[in-house]
Design a protein around this ligand. Structure first.
Ligand code: GDP
Ligand code: MN
Length: 384
């Protein structure tokens, strides 16, 4: 999932000329104080983290004095979110809020329509509102490439009592959001709250945007986003550098597959046998011994690992090569060598007979069928 941070989302909104408060990204309390003197008090100190509901978690605080800016910044920078320390704050001009609205748009990946949700009861927990008073949320569907001029949204806004300049401005924002979603490969775009200030200014106060990760090639700058950095664990970054696909899953069995489809099937079968995969690691077709060794090195850095299952189906990948990589890894990595982390292999396909022989001669259990290998890896993870 490609959720991006608030300040990254706001940069996109700025590109499309939506009205935002001035803000400065900082990483320390001193920088926060400096930023607040540039912006003028009061300011809002906002943690740049990937999960929402920051207000409720004390990750957003209003500061009316320079002392408060420093104190709130120190407090928030000492907090954690998503299992890691908060490192970045957005210091933003404080808005004098009169009303809070909610706009959310998602792309329906099947019909390619944009589903637009709007409510005059923004700011609050929208999931609760959807459950308790769904009639307070308006829904509009825009066909892909369909007309989404501002006037399309006017009647909905009018029905909710919005008039005049306010209605026109909000309709424009909605129209721009649809354009932006299509041009920027965005699958979810949410503003909660969109506020109207006491002097009737409409301001985008928050940004929650999910970009389509498969479209990064069209937006190469996104690979450098701070959100990308926060999203990837150390292991995931390491794997990427070695051109391996790696995802943390949180179970107990380290799973290495040759072929992503096989990896998915293996994860399902692990569950059938009563276990759970610790990670998803795919070395891809044509992998040589060194790549297999790198994969095992990355996997072994994970402290929660209980056993390792290698499931390899060799099409273009030669399984004697895979077996050689496994041996290289065993000889280098103590946790495998000492038997602390049991290792079970299954090889089938190109040169599998040679591969199994290489492993068995070295004292490593290797199967040609999938089920017994998976069953053994599940049992080994449980200490049996
Ligand atoms: P979220 O909790 O992660 O969705 O973060 P938001 O950016 O939506 O902020 C949460 C709440 O903090 C908003 O609904 C506002 O009520 C409040 N807030 C955010 N910025 C300002 C501001 O500039 N002025 C005031 N008075 N309140 C703000
Ligand atoms: Mn919000």
């Amino acid at each position: 999932m490609g959720l991006i941070l608030e300040f990254e989302g706001k940069e996109l909104f700025r590109k499309y000329k939506l009205n935002l408060s001035k803000s400065i990204l900082v990483t320390s309390a001193e920088e926060a104080k400096e930023a607040s003197s540039k912006l003028g008090l009061p300011v809002v100190v906002k943690a740049q983290v990937l999960s929402g509901g920051r207000g409720k978690r004390g990750l957003i605080k209003l500061a009316k004095t320079a002392e408060e800016v420093i104190q709130h910044s120190i407090d928030i920078l000492s907090m954690q979110s998503d299992g890691r320390q908060v490192t970045h704050l957005l210091i933003e001009e404080g808005a004098d809020i009169a009303e809070e609205y909610f706009i959310s748009m998602v792309t329906d990946s099947y019909t390619l329509e944009t589903l637009v949700l709007f409510s005059i009861e923004g700011g609050v927990d929208i999931e609760n509102l959807a459950e308790e008073r769904p009639e307070m949320i308006d829904k509009i569907r825009i066909p892909f490439n369909g007309d989404h001029q501002p006037f399309i949204f006017m009647s909905t806004l009018a029905k909710r009592g919005l008039t005049g300049n306010k209605k026109i401005q909000i309709a424009r924002i909605m129209s721009t959001m649809v354009t932006m979603m299509q041009k920027e490969d965005i699958t979810l775009c949410e503003i909660n709250p969109l506020v109207v200030t006491k002097n009737e200014e409409v301001i985008v106060l928050d940004a929650r945007i999910i970009v389509d990760a498969n479209a990064t090639f069209r937006h190469p700058e996104r690979a450098e986003y701070l959100s990308e950095e926060l999203r990837n664990s150390e292991n995931e970054k390491d794997a990427k550098a070695q051109d391996l696909a790696y995802v943390d899953l949180g179970g107990e069995i380290g799973m290495l597959s040759v072929g992503a489809g096989l990896g998915m099937a293996t994860a399902d079968l692990i569950a059938v046998f009563g276990g759970s995969p610790r990670n998803f690691l795919d070395v891809g077709g044509g992998a040589g011994a060194d790549k297999v060794e790198h994969a095992l090195r990355i996997m072994l850095k994970d402290a929660g690992l209980k056993s390792i299952l290698i499931n390899a189906f060799g099409g273009i990948t030669r399984l004697d090569e895979v077996a050689t990589g496994i041996l290289q890894a065993r000889d280098k990595f103590d946790k495998i060598k000492s038997g602390e982390i049991p290792l079970v292999c299954r090889l089938m396909g190109t040169n599998y007979v040679e591969g199994i022989k290489i492993l068995e001669d070295a004292g490593i259990k290797a199967y040609k069928d999938m089920e017994p290998a998976i069953e053994e890896a599940v049992n080994a993870a449980k200490g049996n």
